[in-house]
Design a protein around this ligand. Structure first.
Ligand code: NAD
Ligand code: UFG
Length: 345
């Protein structure tokens, strides 16, 4: 399929992989990003992988005049909205900033889309909207209820999309609820490049493996899970990116002409414990990965994994990469770029 797709936040970790897969599928991606959490080198590498020019338009999704210029210069068919802030702890400390950037950004982008008659959006949501689920696996009709401001911004944006689609049947919107995105492109040219001490398991282990940190702290060994450590549904970022292509195709072809906003889980459907992940990293790296079990991290839940059948039936999408491939590709990226995009700057 062809078409021009505006990828807001397309210079970030997930967005850069989405842009590569869109180009591979025949779309023309246009990146909008304010570089708040990414470096221009990412877009240069994306263009090299894609073998195509990919415009990087530097600006903020809250800036209406900037967006008007983008929509006037490019004949956009659909928007994939990944721009925003994503650190749970930071959102507790700075809620207004999160509501401004995430909710304000989504409203600003949707308003610009309406001005330019672009009415197709794929939105980056999160499994965090399920809060502490009553059971696993999680289907899309589970009760939602965020436990922190970051999660509430995701829920609010989903509700805004639902209201918009209900107000005008010309709109179509899908919220992709990501479980735990990890890994990197097999070229090792693009990947996750967090600032400071990583909050998340994979980037932290990657820095232990590469020798930047001494050992992993395993947050809690007394959950009601098979080995007592937290269980999550890790999903390879390239699988995740391909689901965006499928969602874009389904929205543009009219295959998802439901007249309602659709939330769709993106996960593998399998849960792995922290210790499963440590063992997989040892296999992938042939390195020891020292760890110590410490107190639970406040706000964490025991187990969270998806029922991914809706994505299979509506989008014809299934995850293809297993946990070993996730570790292998994350490690290849980390070991070839021990300081992320930094040394290339
Ligand atoms: P990221 O920080 O790497 O990418 C986000 C990009 O958006 C960055 O390049 C940043 O510079 C840009 N951005 C931020 N604010 C902006 C603004 N106001 N205007 C324009 N650009 C802006 O994060 P990511 O991991 O790629 O996540 C992408 C999206 O997926 C986010 O919305 C995040 O909440 C969501 N998500 C991520 C995860 C995860 O574990 N990584 C899980 C669930 C959902
Ligand atoms: N963990 C550790 N040590 C670490 C980091 C994580 O033991 O240094 C454990 C956590 O306790 C959890 C598992 O590894 O059991 C995964 O933790 P992550 O931080 O990688 O991922 P979370 O599932 O906690 O968080 C993710 C997203 C958030 C989102 C949340 C809820 O990163 O943005 O899911 O859906 F809000």
């Amino acid at each position: 399929m062809t078409g021009t797709i505006l990828v807001a936040g397309g210079n970030g970790y997930i967005g850069s992989h989405v842009v590569v897969e869109l180009a591979a599928a025949g779309f023309r991606p246009v990146i909008v990003d304010n570089l708040a959490n990414s470096k221009p080198e990412a877009a240069r590498r994306v263009a090299a992988i894609a073998g195509a020019k990919v415009p990087l338009l530097v600006g903020d999704v809250r800036d209406g005049a900037f967006l008007d210029a983008v929509f006037e210069a490019h004949d956009i068919d659909l928007v994939i909205h990944l721009a925003g802030l994503k650190a749970v702890g930071e959102s507790v400390a700075e809620p207004l900033r999160y509501y401004d950037v995430n909710v304000g950004g989504a409203v600003g982008l949707l308003a610009a889309m309406r001005r330019h008659r672009v009415r197709r959006m794929v939105f980056s949501s999160s499994a965090t909207v399920y809060g502490d689920p009553v059971s696993v696996p999680i289907t899309e009709d589970f009760a939602t209820g965020a436990t922190n401001p970051y999660g509430r911004t995701k829920l609010m944006i989903e509700e805004i999309l639902a209201d918009l689609v209900a107000s005008d049947p010309a709109w179509r919107a899908v919220s992709l609820r990501y479980f735990n995105p990890v890994g990197a492109h097999e070229s090792a040219q693009i990947g996750e490049d967090p600032n400071g001490i990583p909050n998340n398991l994979f980037p932290f282990i990657a820095q232990v493996a590469v020798g930047r940190r001494e050992k992993l702290s395993v947050f809690g060994g007394d959950y009601g899970t098979p080995d007592g450590t937290g269980v999550r549904d890790y999903i390879h970022v390239v699988d995740l990116a391909r689901a965006h292509v499928k969602a874009a195709e389904a929205l543009l072809s009219g295959a998802l002409a439901t007249g309602a906003h659709l939330p769709i889980n993106l996960g593998t459907g399998r849960g792995f414990s922290v210790l499963d992940v440590v063992h997989a990293w040892r296999r992938a790296t042939n390195r020891p990965i020292p760890y110590e079990v410490v107190e639970r991290r406040p706000g964490d839940i025991a187990a969270c994994y998806a029922d991914p059948r809706l994505a299979a039936s509506l989008l014809d999408w299934r995850a293809g990469f297993d946990l070993d491939a996730m570790c292998r590709d994350h490690w290849r990226w980390q070991s070839r770029n021990p300081n992320g995009y930094e040394e290339a700057a």
